[in-house]
Ligand binder design. Structure first.
Ligand SMILES: [Mg+2]
Length: 114
């Protein structure tokens, strides 16, 4: 699905879902920023008391991975709604950030770190 679906299509689907329920009034940048953090915490809850190894194993379990995917979807949906609300081009923002990170974290230096 990721290879067939565009970010624009996902943004439109989220926008449609929100508009059909007249939720634009609630989907303000402030509320959405908070919602992103809350849903991110719901992902963390799955891993809270696990060791590094247990957390790696958790996502190998299909049922647990589906639960985590559900929370990841919540985060991403709120991110897309945030982008809609704040009129941010997600693809441009990511590409711009990756280019900036290329200079901040050169490969040669990153490979020196333990
Ligand atoms: Mg959730």
């Amino acid at each position: 699905m990721d290879k067939q679906t565009t970010v624009g299509e996902l943004r439109a689907a989220v926008q449609q879902f929100v508009a059909a329920r007249d939720w634009q009034q609630h989907h303000t940048p402030k509320n959405l920023a908070m919602s992103i953090a809350i849903e991110a915490a719901e992902i963390m809850e799955h891993f809270q008391w696990l060791t590094l190894e247990q957390s790696a194993d958790l996502v190998k379990d299909a049922e647990k991975r589906a639960e985590v995917a559900d929370e990841l979807a919540d985060v991403l949906i709120y991110c897309l709604s945030f982008a809609n609300s704040a009129n941010i081009d997600v693809s441009r923002a990511i590409q711009t950030k990756l280019i900036r990170n290329e200079t901040r974290f050169p490969v040669a230096e990153a490979q020196k770190r333990p």
